[in-house]
Structure formats: C-alpha cells, structure tokens
Design a protein around this ligand. Structure first.
Ligand SMILES: [Zn+2]
Length: 335
C-alpha cells in the first residue's frame, strides 16, 4: 500500500493543518455568499439527497516480500479465491469496486490462468471475470522493479481487459520525488514494454513515503495545479478524486455525512469517499476480514438506501462530476 519509493528522504509537512484552515475559511466565505444571495438558505431543512457522497471500495495488492506467494501456483490460487469471495460480497450489497493492481499479481495471472483454472469462472481469467461482474480494473504501481504505470496498464491489457486511466496511488509529498506525478498528464511510455503508451486521465491516492507523513485525506474532485500546488485547481490539469482518508476505511465518510446532515458543507459540490481494503489481508486473516468488510458494506447499504451515498466507480465519479457538477472543483477536508 506504500504508494511511493521507500528509500528516499522524507520531510514532514503539516498539510492537514494548513488545508483545514483554508477549508474552513472557504466554507465561511461560501456561507456568507449564499446567505447574501438566499437569506434563510442553510436553515431550510433540505433533504440529504441533495448532497450524496459518491463511494467505491478500492483494493490494493503489492509487490513486496509478502506478495511473493503469487510466484507459486498455490499462493496465486489462494489470492484468486479471495478476490472471488470479495466480489460476491460486494455484489451482494450492490456496491462498486475499483481493483488496483501492481505487477506481481498480473505476472502471476499471465502464468497461472490456464484452462483448468478458468473453467471455474465461465472460461474467463480472473480479471475478465471480475470485469464481467462490474469491477473496474485500475493500474497501481510503485514504479519499482522496472515496471512503470504504462507497463502495469500493458499487463492488464494483455489479460484481455481494458485498463482504466486511473493512476491508483502516487507520491505527492515531498513534492520533488522520483515519481513526479506531473508526468501522468502526458502520454506515458512503458519501461518494460517501450512500445506501449498509456494515458492517465484520473489521479487517485496522493500519499507520502511509506504513509509516514500526511497522506491526502480530502473528499471531492479537483485538478491539482502542479507538484507544489496540489490543493489548487487548474483546469489544464487532470482530475484527482479524494478518498476521504481512504486508508482509514469509512471514518472520513462518516464525518462528511455528519457535516452534510448538519448543513456544514458547501452545497452543489461533489463529495467522494473510497475506503481502501488490502487484498492480502483476506488471505492471511480469513473469515474475520470478510466479516469486517461485510459490516462496512451493511452500514454503507443503509446510507445508500437513504440516498446519502451513491455507489460509483472512479470513472463514474469523474463522469458525474463533469456532467452534473460542471467540473466544479471541490476540496473538502473531513477533519
Ligand atoms: Zn501499493
């Protein structure tokens, strides 16, 4: 889950404090503005349906030592089985899932998805099967071991599945780092597969080295201007979808829903949350991990039935933001 290279020097930076203050000031200005325009606005008991939070479950697999289990047939099959069970659970609650995969699982799938195996999934390999069940497949890359984001997209494509244009996790702090997310705004050439070109169109998961600093916790969608001005919108850049503290499950989402119900959030803006699950935990922890996920899905199902959340993949969120919110930038810090 560590989004960036681990061997680089990291300087902490109190982004959350700064942006919380900026966010509060922004809310205050907007509130005053709305009050001047519509006296009484904000007290009118509008339905919660007016500001749903768009939600998808995001999952990760990684490439470090723990994931060497993919190199063996049995290890791969265990992981495959876990993905199928997660899929059943997510579909049971009509939820959405963005599966974000790094290279090691994909290389294993290319090796082990033979006819014997695909017989159990309608003759489809695991990625094709999950996609047929509505799962969106996003590249996720630490850009190590010679694989960059375009290479991951190539590996997905080679399994007969069209990869999304989502950058599923990247290093944004310190601003100057080897990954340099600004390069995802241009077509990216593969490193292992230099004939392959991939164009990103969504950024997700802005993180710090080893998650040791202040990972982004914003909700909403905007277009980060550049590496030094991540929280400034620039219509020339590509959209970033905030996970609302994805790494901490639905804590951020609960906070936003509370703020919305207390009418403390700017209106007419898009809100997003993408609770993160770690695929390997399901293999290692067994039933308890499925129980945890089901508890989360049950809570989210209530919100969905109330109209407080809407399930949408990352691509669908971007499309809704463009078509229904006029690409209006929103950066909302949940706490
Ligand atoms: Zn990762």
């Amino acid at each position: 889950m560590n989004f960036g290279p681990l061997d680089k020097f990291y300087t902490s930076f109190a982004a959350r404090d700064i942006f919380t203050k900026v966010g509060l000031k922004f809310i205050y200005i907007i509130s005053v503005f709305l009050f001047l325009l519509f006296p009484g606005c904000g007290k009118s008991g509008e339905s919660v349906n007016s500001a749903p939070v768009y939600v998808t479950i995001v999952s990760h697999n990684e490439t470090d030592q723990r994931y060497q289990r993919y190199d063996t047939f049995d290890g791969y099959l265990q992981h495959r089985e876990a993905l199928l069970r997660i899929c059943d659970l997510i579909n049971k609650y009509n939820a959405t899932w963005d599966l974000q995969t790094d290279w090691r699982f994909l290389v294993a799938a290319r090796q082990f998805e033979t006819e014997d195996i695909t017989n159990s999934t309608d003759g489809l390999n695991i990625l094709q099967y999950l996609q047929s069940k509505g799962v969106q497949i996003d590249p996720h890359s630490h850009e190590k071991n010679g694989y960059n984001y375009a290479d991951i997209a190539y590996l997905i494509e080679s399994l007969g599945v069209r990869p999304s244009g989502v950058v599923g996790g990247f290093l944004f702090d310190p601003p100057i780092n080897p990954q340099n997310w600004e390069r995802f705004r241009s077509p990216l050439k593969g490193s292992m597969y230099p004939d392959w070109i991939w164009q990103a169109d969504i950024l997700w998961g802005a993180a710090t080295l080893g998650h040791q600093g202040q990972d982004d916790i914003a909700s909403g969608i905007w277009r980060p201007k550049d590496i030094y001005n991540f929280y400034e919108d620039d219509s020339e850049s590509i959209p970033y979808i905030g996970g609302a503290d994805a790494i901490n499950g639905i804590v951020g989402l609960r906070s936003i829903l509370s703020d919305i119900s207390q009418q403390q959030t700017p209106r007419g803006q898009i809100y997003t949350a993408t609770p993160l699950i770690v695929e390997l935990n399901f293999v290692e922890n067994g039933q308890s991990e499925y129980d945890n996920l089901e508890a989360i899905l049950q809570e989210l199902d209530i919100y969905a039935q109330n109209g407080q959340i809407v399930w949408a993949s990352l691509n669908q969120m971007r499309d809704v933001w463009t078509s229904q919110y006029n690409s209006s930038p929103n950066i909302y810090i949940p706490y």
